[in-house]
Design a protein around this ligand. Sequence first.
Ligand code: ADP
Ligand code: MG
Length: 454
Amino acid sequence: MTHEAWGKVCETLAKRIGKNNFTSWIEPLRWAGLRDGVARFEVPTTFFGDWVSRNYSDHILGLLNAEGHAAGRAEFFVPLNAPAAAPASEKPSRPTAAKPARARNDEELPGATLDARFTFDSFVVGKPNELAHAAARRVAEGGPVTFNPLFLYGGVGLGKTHLMHAIAHELQSRQPHLRVLYLSAEQFMYRFVQALRDKQIMDFKELFRSVDVLMVDDVQFIAGKDSTQEEFFHTFNALIDQNKQIVISADRAPGEIKDLEDRIKSRLQSGLVVDLHPTDYELRLGILQQKAEFYRQQYKGLAISTGVLEFLAHRITTNVRVLEGALTRLFAFASLVGREITLELAQDCLADILRASDRKLTIEEIQRKVAEHYNIRLSDMIGPKRLRNIARPRQVAMYFAKQLTSRSLPEIGRRFGGRDHTTIMHGVRKIEELMTTDSQLSDDLQLLRRQLQA
Ligand code: ADP
Ligand code: MG
């Protein structure tokens, strides 16, 4: 491959990761050729190489391959005749960190930095986030506005910020003329307060009203902050009136955000509201597999078995950030101590995370939730009544007690008013049987499971 070909890759790369990132991290690379599927680059320091490798090698490899150059791995090396490499502690400054992400050819958008890793490519789609992903994709096409605003909500670490950054990246590369502004609600407030203080409120208004796409992350932050809410409301309306796309995220549904004005709530609900559900086992496994593939390249050849990934997907159910952190630590640890990644190593090295993620769900909680759902009394869960409308919910609770806790059948029996373990087994089987034919029941189970695991 020639220098020209690399130049072409650079052009696309600049668009994709933004000018700032490009100048800081890609421009200093010296193309050193592609051989046997390995793309090689000279870098000024080891730290620099590590950083680029960690953050950009996926992009680089992807683009090389897209241009028809088969590259499976990127290698970054400090040339022998280079001046002594700076020690790792002298990190090259990261000018991008503090600088705003902005649409190209725009000098003023006071946005937040976009994380180059948060792209659609790196977002794993599963049942729990399918709808949110599809909606985000639609917005990212930049076509005619179909739903406005798009409101994404869900618990911590479920991918809201990832999806918003992905929309911004995609828009910047597909529609570079669009002015895309992404920022957190906190930054919005900060800018607003600053504008008030500096008596530049007209500039502030003008700026926010001149964007084509506005994305505000974690909007629950402005709850209870009256003047910021007021300003947000006006900005929001002005953009909607101009048919400009707005994307909002929050940790809960619009109606559930306390201390948010009703008119804002109803405005937020007027477009498409989609929630990201807690991850399920398959999604967690998918995410782990993707990250593991990435780390396999980083830590040349360090392998992780499917068994270990399944173990992690099973045990770490809280949020994706924790899951990622676990995998990162596991690879780093294994490579440091020069050991293979086994189940024992995982248990050792992740003991604290595993302990914290242990299901703390109790049988009593399950009984309470299920009783609530079916509108029966908690005492009926343990009582002797055999009426169908009581017995069935009781069996549902038995089923979840078996599925979601590590209690044995006799232990579960004791907590259901001293019932025999065979009664519990019968109840669990009954529900397993019915759920395949009774769609109402299967809906109930799904809803309850989600609530219990939230
Ligand atoms: P939120 O904003 O909802 O709190 P983030 O978007 O910050 O969550 O996600 C937390 C971490 O988990 C990020 O590193 C993100 O890349 C990762 N993540 C979340 N969901 C997914 C997914 N579906 N596929 C890949 N990575 C994901
Ligand atoms: Mg977030």
